[in-house]
Design a protein around this ligand. Structure first.
Ligand code: CIZ
Length: 330
Protein backbone atom coordinates (compact mmCIF):
# COMPACT_ATOMS: atom_id res chain seq x y z
CA UNK A 1 0.00 0.00 0.00
CA UNK A 2 1.34 3.46 -0.82
CA UNK A 3 2.01 5.99 1.94
CA UNK A 4 -0.90 8.31 1.16
CA UNK A 5 -3.40 5.41 1.31
CA UNK A 6 -1.85 4.30 4.60
CA UNK A 7 -2.17 7.84 6.04
CA UNK A 8 -5.83 7.99 4.99
CA UNK A 9 -6.51 4.67 6.71
CA UNK A 10 -4.63 5.80 9.80
CA UNK A 11 -6.84 8.89 10.11
CA UNK A 12 -9.95 6.70 9.73
CA UNK A 13 -8.75 4.32 12.45
CA UNK A 14 -7.84 7.16 14.83
CA UNK A 15 -11.30 8.66 14.44
CA UNK A 16 -12.96 5.26 14.83
CA UNK A 17 -11.06 4.46 18.04
CA UNK A 18 -11.75 7.89 19.46
CA UNK A 19 -15.49 7.80 18.73
CA UNK A 20 -15.77 4.30 20.24
CA UNK A 21 -13.52 4.92 23.26
CA UNK A 22 -11.37 1.99 22.16
CA UNK A 23 -7.72 0.92 22.06
CA UNK A 24 -6.23 -1.38 19.44
CA UNK A 25 -3.88 -4.16 20.67
CA UNK A 26 -2.20 -6.56 18.24
CA UNK A 27 -0.06 -9.65 18.15
CA UNK A 28 3.34 -9.82 16.40
CA UNK A 29 1.90 -12.36 13.96
CA UNK A 30 -0.80 -10.16 12.33
CA UNK A 31 -0.18 -8.41 9.00
CA UNK A 32 2.24 -5.48 8.99
CA UNK A 33 -0.47 -2.93 8.16
CA UNK A 34 -2.45 -3.80 11.30
CA UNK A 35 0.75 -3.76 13.41
CA UNK A 36 1.64 -0.33 12.04
CA UNK A 37 -1.88 1.05 12.61
CA UNK A 38 -1.72 -0.26 16.18
CA UNK A 39 1.56 1.48 16.92
CA UNK A 40 0.54 4.72 15.22
CA UNK A 41 -2.67 4.94 17.29
CA UNK A 42 -0.90 4.46 20.64
CA UNK A 43 -1.77 0.77 20.99
CA UNK A 44 0.56 -2.11 21.67
CA UNK A 45 2.02 -4.87 19.49
CA UNK A 46 3.28 -7.73 21.65
CA UNK A 47 2.99 -11.38 22.65
CA UNK A 48 -0.30 -12.64 24.10
CA UNK A 49 0.54 -12.01 27.75
CA UNK A 50 1.94 -8.53 27.22
CA UNK A 51 -1.14 -7.73 25.12
CA UNK A 52 -3.43 -8.67 28.00
CA UNK A 53 -1.27 -6.87 30.58
CA UNK A 54 -1.22 -3.71 28.44
CA UNK A 55 -5.03 -3.86 28.38
CA UNK A 56 -5.14 -3.62 32.18
CA UNK A 57 -3.31 -0.29 32.04
CA UNK A 58 -5.69 1.43 29.59
CA UNK A 59 -8.49 3.85 30.47
CA UNK A 60 -10.62 3.10 27.37
CA UNK A 61 -13.78 1.06 27.94
CA UNK A 62 -13.27 -1.07 24.82
CA UNK A 63 -10.26 -3.11 23.78
CA UNK A 64 -9.95 -4.36 20.21
CA UNK A 65 -7.73 -7.41 19.88
CA UNK A 66 -6.07 -8.20 16.56
CA UNK A 67 -4.86 -11.77 16.90
CA UNK A 68 -6.70 -15.03 17.50
CA UNK A 69 -9.61 -15.89 19.77
CA UNK A 70 -7.65 -17.14 22.80
CA UNK A 71 -5.88 -13.76 22.90
CA UNK A 72 -9.25 -12.00 23.11
CA UNK A 73 -10.27 -14.40 25.87
CA UNK A 74 -7.06 -13.77 27.83
CA UNK A 75 -7.70 -10.02 27.52
CA UNK A 76 -11.25 -10.57 28.83
CA UNK A 77 -10.00 -12.70 31.76
CA UNK A 78 -7.60 -9.96 32.86
CA UNK A 79 -10.02 -7.11 32.04
CA UNK A 80 -13.50 -8.45 32.85
CA UNK A 81 -14.93 -4.95 33.36
CA UNK A 82 -14.04 -3.91 29.78
CA UNK A 83 -15.68 -4.90 26.52
CA UNK A 84 -13.28 -6.97 24.44
CA UNK A 85 -13.70 -7.36 20.68
CA UNK A 86 -11.84 -9.59 18.23
CA UNK A 87 -11.71 -8.79 14.53
CA UNK A 88 -12.95 -12.24 13.54
CA UNK A 89 -14.42 -14.82 15.90
CA UNK A 90 -13.41 -17.59 13.48
CA UNK A 91 -9.75 -16.71 14.05
CA UNK A 92 -8.78 -19.76 16.03
CA UNK A 93 -5.52 -21.66 16.71
CA UNK A 94 -4.74 -25.30 15.93
CA UNK A 95 -3.31 -25.78 19.44
CA UNK A 96 -6.41 -24.40 21.12
CA UNK A 97 -8.64 -26.46 18.79
CA UNK A 98 -6.73 -29.66 19.53
CA UNK A 99 -7.51 -29.43 23.24
CA UNK A 100 -11.28 -29.61 23.80
CA UNK A 101 -12.32 -29.12 27.40
CA UNK A 102 -14.15 -32.48 27.87
CA UNK A 103 -11.37 -34.58 26.31
CA UNK A 104 -8.77 -32.70 28.30
CA UNK A 105 -10.69 -33.21 31.54
CA UNK A 106 -10.85 -36.99 30.88
CA UNK A 107 -7.11 -36.97 30.18
CA UNK A 108 -6.29 -35.07 33.38
CA UNK A 109 -8.56 -37.31 35.47
CA UNK A 110 -6.20 -40.21 34.70
CA UNK A 111 -3.33 -38.42 36.48
CA UNK A 112 -4.81 -36.86 39.63
CA UNK A 113 -1.41 -36.52 41.33
CA UNK A 114 -0.03 -34.16 38.67
CA UNK A 115 -0.12 -30.37 38.37
CA UNK A 116 -1.83 -29.19 35.17
CA UNK A 117 0.31 -26.71 33.24
CA UNK A 118 -1.16 -25.30 30.02
CA UNK A 119 0.25 -23.06 27.34
CA UNK A 120 -1.34 -19.67 26.65
CA UNK A 121 -2.69 -21.07 23.35
CA UNK A 122 -5.75 -22.68 24.98
CA UNK A 123 -9.38 -21.79 25.55
CA UNK A 124 -10.54 -19.93 28.66
CA UNK A 125 -12.25 -23.15 29.84
CA UNK A 126 -9.03 -25.17 29.60
CA UNK A 127 -7.13 -22.38 31.40
CA UNK A 128 -9.80 -22.47 34.11
CA UNK A 129 -9.15 -26.21 34.65
CA UNK A 130 -5.42 -25.76 34.98
CA UNK A 131 -3.13 -25.03 37.92
CA UNK A 132 -0.77 -22.90 35.86
CA UNK A 133 -0.89 -21.07 32.53
CA UNK A 134 2.48 -20.37 30.89
CA UNK A 135 3.82 -18.56 27.85
CA UNK A 136 6.90 -19.76 26.02
CA UNK A 137 8.96 -17.00 27.66
CA UNK A 138 8.53 -18.36 31.20
CA UNK A 139 7.73 -22.06 30.65
CA UNK A 140 11.19 -23.47 31.45
CA UNK A 141 11.87 -21.68 34.78
CA UNK A 142 8.30 -22.29 35.90
CA UNK A 143 8.40 -26.02 35.15
CA UNK A 144 11.85 -26.26 36.83
CA UNK A 145 10.46 -24.53 39.88
CA UNK A 146 7.52 -26.94 40.09
CA UNK A 147 9.85 -29.92 39.73
CA UNK A 148 12.15 -28.59 42.47
CA UNK A 149 9.10 -28.76 44.75
CA UNK A 150 8.56 -32.41 43.82
CA UNK A 151 5.67 -31.81 41.40
CA UNK A 152 4.95 -34.00 38.40
CA UNK A 153 3.30 -32.35 35.44
CA UNK A 154 0.61 -32.70 32.79
CA UNK A 155 1.52 -30.47 29.85
CA UNK A 156 -0.85 -29.28 27.09
CA UNK A 157 -1.41 -28.73 24.29
CA UNK A 158 1.85 -28.32 22.26
CA UNK A 159 3.83 -31.59 22.12
CA UNK A 160 6.87 -29.89 20.51
CA UNK A 161 7.11 -27.12 23.10
CA UNK A 162 6.52 -29.78 25.76
CA UNK A 163 9.38 -31.94 24.42
CA UNK A 164 11.64 -28.90 24.28
CA UNK A 165 10.89 -28.07 27.93
CA UNK A 166 11.47 -31.71 28.87
CA UNK A 167 14.77 -31.82 26.94
CA UNK A 168 15.93 -28.68 28.76
CA UNK A 169 14.79 -29.61 32.27
CA UNK A 170 14.50 -33.41 32.43
CA UNK A 171 11.20 -32.95 34.29
CA UNK A 172 8.60 -35.74 34.41
CA UNK A 173 5.84 -34.54 32.03
CA UNK A 174 2.83 -36.27 30.49
CA UNK A 175 2.05 -34.59 27.16
CA UNK A 176 -1.09 -33.76 25.26
CA UNK A 177 -0.73 -34.43 21.51
CA UNK A 178 -1.26 -31.01 19.88
CA UNK A 179 0.80 -29.00 17.37
CA UNK A 180 0.82 -25.63 15.64
CA UNK A 181 0.16 -26.04 11.91
CA UNK A 182 2.65 -23.28 11.08
CA UNK A 183 5.65 -24.46 13.11
CA UNK A 184 5.09 -28.14 12.39
CA UNK A 185 5.81 -27.58 8.70
CA UNK A 186 9.42 -26.42 8.84
CA UNK A 187 11.64 -28.80 6.87
CA UNK A 188 14.96 -29.96 8.34
CA UNK A 189 16.82 -30.90 5.15
CA UNK A 190 15.76 -27.69 3.42
CA UNK A 191 16.78 -25.62 6.44
CA UNK A 192 20.22 -27.30 6.50
CA UNK A 193 20.62 -26.46 2.79
CA UNK A 194 19.69 -22.81 3.37
CA UNK A 195 22.15 -22.54 6.28
CA UNK A 196 24.90 -23.94 4.06
CA UNK A 197 24.00 -21.65 1.15
CA UNK A 198 24.08 -18.51 3.30
CA UNK A 199 27.22 -19.35 5.27
CA UNK A 200 27.25 -16.40 7.67
CA UNK A 201 23.79 -16.58 9.23
CA UNK A 202 21.97 -16.94 12.52
CA UNK A 203 18.97 -19.27 12.95
CA UNK A 204 16.16 -18.16 15.27
CA UNK A 205 13.57 -20.81 16.14
CA UNK A 206 10.33 -20.73 18.09
CA UNK A 207 10.02 -23.78 20.38
CA UNK A 208 6.66 -24.77 18.87
CA UNK A 209 8.85 -26.21 16.08
CA UNK A 210 9.86 -29.90 15.85
CA UNK A 211 13.01 -31.03 17.71
CA UNK A 212 15.03 -31.49 14.47
CA UNK A 213 14.48 -27.79 13.66
CA UNK A 214 15.29 -26.67 17.21
CA UNK A 215 18.56 -28.61 16.99
CA UNK A 216 19.66 -26.32 14.14
CA UNK A 217 18.92 -23.11 16.07
CA UNK A 218 21.35 -20.53 17.37
CA UNK A 219 18.57 -19.05 19.50
CA UNK A 220 15.37 -20.76 20.67
CA UNK A 221 12.65 -18.71 22.32
CA UNK A 222 9.40 -16.80 22.49
CA UNK A 223 8.43 -14.17 19.94
CA UNK A 224 9.82 -11.40 22.14
CA UNK A 225 13.11 -13.26 22.65
CA UNK A 226 13.48 -13.88 18.90
CA UNK A 227 12.84 -10.21 18.07
CA UNK A 228 15.53 -9.16 20.57
CA UNK A 229 17.91 -11.80 19.23
CA UNK A 230 17.46 -10.53 15.66
CA UNK A 231 18.35 -7.03 16.84
CA UNK A 232 21.54 -7.94 18.68
CA UNK A 233 22.74 -10.55 16.20
CA UNK A 234 26.10 -9.83 14.55
CA UNK A 235 25.10 -11.80 11.43
CA UNK A 236 23.84 -10.03 8.34
CA UNK A 237 21.57 -12.94 7.44
CA UNK A 238 18.86 -14.10 9.82
CA UNK A 239 16.75 -17.22 9.25
CA UNK A 240 13.51 -17.23 11.22
CA UNK A 241 11.34 -20.24 12.06
CA UNK A 242 8.13 -18.68 13.27
CA UNK A 243 5.05 -16.99 11.80
CA UNK A 244 5.91 -14.50 9.04
CA UNK A 245 4.12 -11.55 10.64
CA UNK A 246 7.08 -11.21 13.04
CA UNK A 247 9.31 -9.98 10.18
CA UNK A 248 7.68 -6.54 10.38
CA UNK A 249 9.15 -5.91 13.86
CA UNK A 250 12.51 -7.51 13.01
CA UNK A 251 12.99 -5.49 9.81
CA UNK A 252 12.00 -2.28 11.57
CA UNK A 253 14.71 -2.87 14.20
CA UNK A 254 17.41 -3.96 11.71
CA UNK A 255 16.66 -2.59 8.23
CA UNK A 256 20.24 -3.40 7.13
CA UNK A 257 19.89 -7.16 7.73
CA UNK A 258 18.55 -9.82 5.36
CA UNK A 259 15.72 -11.93 6.74
CA UNK A 260 14.85 -15.41 5.44
CA UNK A 261 11.85 -17.60 6.23
CA UNK A 262 12.79 -21.09 7.39
CA UNK A 263 11.69 -23.38 4.51
CA UNK A 264 8.30 -25.06 4.64
CA UNK A 265 8.57 -26.61 1.20
CA UNK A 266 10.71 -29.48 -0.04
CA UNK A 267 10.67 -33.22 0.47
CA UNK A 268 7.49 -34.46 2.15
CA UNK A 269 5.93 -30.98 2.20
CA UNK A 270 2.20 -30.44 2.09
CA UNK A 271 2.57 -26.79 2.98
CA UNK A 272 -0.83 -26.20 4.51
CA UNK A 273 0.22 -22.87 5.93
CA UNK A 274 3.56 -22.01 4.26
CA UNK A 275 4.72 -20.16 7.37
CA UNK A 276 1.57 -18.05 7.54
CA UNK A 277 -1.12 -18.66 10.15
CA UNK A 278 -4.42 -18.65 8.21
CA UNK A 279 -6.26 -17.30 11.26
CA UNK A 280 -3.88 -14.42 11.97
CA UNK A 281 -4.43 -13.48 8.34
CA UNK A 282 -8.15 -12.90 9.05
CA UNK A 283 -7.29 -9.64 10.82
CA UNK A 284 -7.88 -6.96 8.18
CA UNK A 285 -8.51 -3.22 8.00
CA UNK A 286 -12.11 -3.71 6.81
CA UNK A 287 -12.90 -5.98 9.74
CA UNK A 288 -11.30 -3.52 12.14
CA UNK A 289 -13.59 -0.74 10.93
CA UNK A 290 -16.66 -2.94 11.58
CA UNK A 291 -15.52 -4.65 14.77
CA UNK A 292 -17.81 -3.01 17.33
CA UNK A 293 -20.85 -5.28 17.28
CA UNK A 294 -22.37 -8.04 19.42
CA UNK A 295 -20.99 -10.76 17.20
CA UNK A 296 -17.35 -9.87 17.75
CA UNK A 297 -17.51 -9.29 21.49
CA UNK A 298 -15.93 -11.92 23.76
CA UNK A 299 -18.28 -13.21 26.44
CA UNK A 300 -17.12 -15.57 29.19
CA UNK A 301 -19.01 -16.74 32.24
CA UNK A 302 -17.90 -15.36 35.61
CA UNK A 303 -16.81 -18.71 37.02
CA UNK A 304 -14.53 -19.42 34.04
CA UNK A 305 -13.02 -15.93 34.31
CA UNK A 306 -12.40 -16.31 38.06
CA UNK A 307 -10.69 -19.73 37.73
CA UNK A 308 -8.66 -18.86 34.63
CA UNK A 309 -7.56 -15.57 36.19
CA UNK A 310 -6.15 -17.44 39.18
CA UNK A 311 -3.93 -19.61 36.95
CA UNK A 312 -2.80 -16.66 34.82
CA UNK A 313 -2.09 -14.48 37.85
CA UNK A 314 0.03 -17.22 39.42
CA UNK A 315 2.20 -17.13 36.29
CA UNK A 316 2.40 -13.33 36.34
CA UNK A 317 3.47 -13.35 40.01
CA UNK A 318 6.05 -16.05 39.29
CA UNK A 319 7.31 -14.13 36.25
CA UNK A 320 7.63 -10.85 38.19
CA UNK A 321 9.58 -12.55 40.99
CA UNK A 322 11.74 -14.50 38.53
CA UNK A 323 12.77 -11.42 36.54
CA UNK A 324 13.37 -9.35 39.69
CA UNK A 325 15.64 -12.06 41.10
CA UNK A 326 17.51 -12.48 37.80
CA UNK A 327 17.98 -8.74 37.41
CA UNK A 328 19.44 -8.64 40.91
CA UNK A 329 21.74 -11.56 40.10
CA UNK A 330 23.04 -10.05 36.84
O1 CIZ B 1 2.14 -16.13 23.60
C1 CIZ B 1 2.27 -15.75 22.45
O2 CIZ B 1 2.04 -14.62 22.10
C2 CIZ B 1 2.69 -16.72 21.41
C3 CIZ B 1 1.61 -17.32 20.65
C4 CIZ B 1 3.96 -17.01 21.20
C5 CIZ B 1 5.11 -16.35 21.83
O3 CIZ B 1 6.18 -16.97 21.85
O4 CIZ B 1 5.04 -15.19 22.26
Amino acid sequence: MNESNYKRRLEEVKKFLNVNDAKLISHYYVDSEIQRLTEDTGGCVADSLQMAKFGTEQTEKNLIIAGVRFMGETAKILNPEKKIYVLDKDATCSLDDSCGVDDFKNFCDKYPDRDIVVYANTSAEVKAMSDWVVTSSIAIPLVENLASRGKKIIWAPDKYLGSYIQDQTGVDMIMWDGACIVHEEYKTIELKKLIQELGDCEVLVHPESPRSIIQLADVVGSTTKLINASKISKSKNIIVATEKGIFYQMKKLSPEKNFFEAPTEGEGATCKSCGRCPWMHLNTFDKLMNVINQNNEIHLDEKTVAHAKKSINRMIEFEDKYYQKNKRAS
